[in-house]
Structure formats: C-alpha cells, structure tokens
Design a protein around this ligand. Sequence first.
Ligand SMILES: [Ca+2]
Ligand SMILES: [Ca+2]
Length: 390
Amino acid sequence: MSGRDAKWWYLLVNGETAGAASLQERASAVIRLIQVIVLGFLLVGWASNDLVSEEGNATGSVSAHTRASADLEEVIVFTANQGFMSRIYLLRMDGSVITYFQYDPYRFVDLEVVDNEVYASEAFAPRVLKVDLHTGDLDVIVDDWSLYYFYGLAFDGTYWYLDEWDLNKYEFDGTKVGVASFDEEVMGSAWDGEYLWTLNDDENRVKCWSVSSWPLMVEVPGKGFSPPSGACRGLWFDGEYFWTAESIEETLGQIYRFDYDGTIVDRWLAPAFRGWGAGVVRTAPFRLSVDFANLSWTEAIGAYAYDVVKGDLRTLRRNSGDFSVSVDECLEENVEATSTSHGENPPVGGGFWYLVRGVSAALNLTYDSGGPSQVCPRDDAIDADIDSCM
Ligand SMILES: [Ca+2]
Ligand SMILES: [Ca+2]
C-alpha cells in the first residue's frame, strides 16, 4: 500500500506532542507531512489511523496519543465567601481559575484533603461536607446540631478535630467521639503527622498541640509562630508546608504556602471574594484519544460534562491555524459521557481535528492543553466560530 492510498487522521488534543515509536516506522513522505503540520499548525498531539484498505475496512491498528498516566497535575482548592454566598475554587498552580462551584447560603471555611478528596467545614451550620470536584455536589459527613458552627477542621488519619468554642472529635464517618475543653479562637487547623496545629485569629499565632492526653490538650512549647499575615484564616498541611488564605474586606487576599517559621514559600492572588482555606489535590492530565470509531477522553477536574468541536485540518492550515474560521461543527454539547463516535473517515489526503473541553455549572473550561507545544490560546477563537459549541 502506498502512502497516497492510506488515510490519515490528525487530531488536536488537549495534550502535548506525542513521540510515538510507530511514527518512525512510517513512510518518510508521511513523516514529512506530519512535521509540516507540527511546525506550522498548532498540532499538539496526534493519532494515526493505520492502513485503511481500498474498500475502506480498517485492517491496521490505531496508535493514539498517550502519556505516562503517573505524571499527575496539582490543582489548588480554595474556599471563599461574600455575603451569604460561598464558592469553592479550583485553580491551576499558576493561580488561573479552572472553575468554581457556588453555594447560597453557605459559608465554607477551613478544609482538609484526605485521600485526594476535599472536605470543608461550614460556619452557617455545624457541618463538614465532602465536595465532589466534578459536580460540586455535597455529601454531609459531620452533622452536629448540638453546636452552632464550625471553623477549624483537621484530620489526624483516624479522627476529625473541629473547633467551635471547644474542640470536638469525630470518627471519619461523623460519629462523635467527645469534646475537649479548648479556650482558643481557632480559624483553621491542620495535622502534620505528629501534632495538631491551630491558626488563632485573636493572637495572630499558629500554635502546636499534642492530642496524646485527649481530652487534655497540651500546647507543645517552643513551636508556635506567626502566620504570613494577620488576615490568614484556614490551615492545611501538604506533607511539607502549611497553606492558608487571607480574608480582607473589599480587597483580594493572598493564598499562602509557608513553612514551620511562617516564611512564605509560594503565594497566589485570590481570584475573588474573601478567602479562608486552601489545599491541593492531584489529578490526571486531561487527555483525548481516538480509535477507528470513537473519540474518548479522560475526566476533567471541575467538569461534569464536555463539549467536543470538530474541524477540517486543511481549513485550519489554509487559515494559518486560526480556529475562528476552522470549526465545522459542535460534535457534542454538554455531554456527560467521556466518549463519542466520530463516525466519519476523512477524505484521502485530508484530516480532521477535534478538541474537547470540560463544562461546569459556572463556566466552560478550556480547549487549551497548557502544554509547551501550544502556541497561543484557543478558547476565544473557537468560541467565536458560529459553528462552535455553546
Ligand atoms: Ca484544615
Ligand atoms: Ca457547552
């Protein structure tokens, strides 16, 4: 079979350029064609439909773009409030917004990340809620109406510690264990593997406590320090450093990562509202792949559904990579599934490109890969095309 007879598919995917051994085995003419596209037309990933017979029956294999699934990406989770409204933000490590979930009337304050799941304490009700980072749905874990509200939330691997006026202890499933007398004004708390740490607003102090004599709380001498600023609220420990966020009236605060002295290691400007808690979850990179019949993609953090757009690769090439005139159709609009049939072979010598983005209740996520091979942002251009997804 000559290269001219083979049908090739090219995909723009939300990922970085793949280096696949099978590519090296192909005809040099085809390699040159791919190289032209890679250099000139924003091709950031690819998949090839190998050896389609003259009758159009697929006889070969598809080599799709994949990367090692082990390299997880970090995403910042951030709780923020304005009036009676609360938001839980998902941020990239550069501080840009992936999306947010909005709740009314709630006041999410401190948080914990346990087994990569986010739990937040609430100040409008004495509750701890588990947050679904795809839908924003909430699961009630601790629900203690003998109390009024919660602020500081910590988990020692077995028990929750929740500060109201005293310190309340619960099993992981929310069953109450007991109460320790604790006359401290705690806004945030965290467990570092050995001690309970509290961020005390009135003293502008991070304090260290032993819980081994529970319900007698013993402050560990010589370990306290000042937080990064007097406006810090929540507390979380990532295994090496602490995290907090500022709550400042009429002003965006900072999210801080800091060490056992209070020295700032990293900081990010909050996206909106008055902050409280901040932590980190890890997620697999968002990836699109193809086989003879289907497109499939991984789940995107922050997304409950997906938009898939399709365009003609030659049109994209003729227009110097301008997506605003290169979209042919919205293949899927707000679909909750993570695959769809693409249904159509490209003409000989032609190709299609496909892009997928996540969709959340608050906003659309991005068609960008964030990878180094992407030369400019895609979202505005794709959204500007009349045939694009909403
Ligand atoms: Ca905490
Ligand atoms: Ca949509």
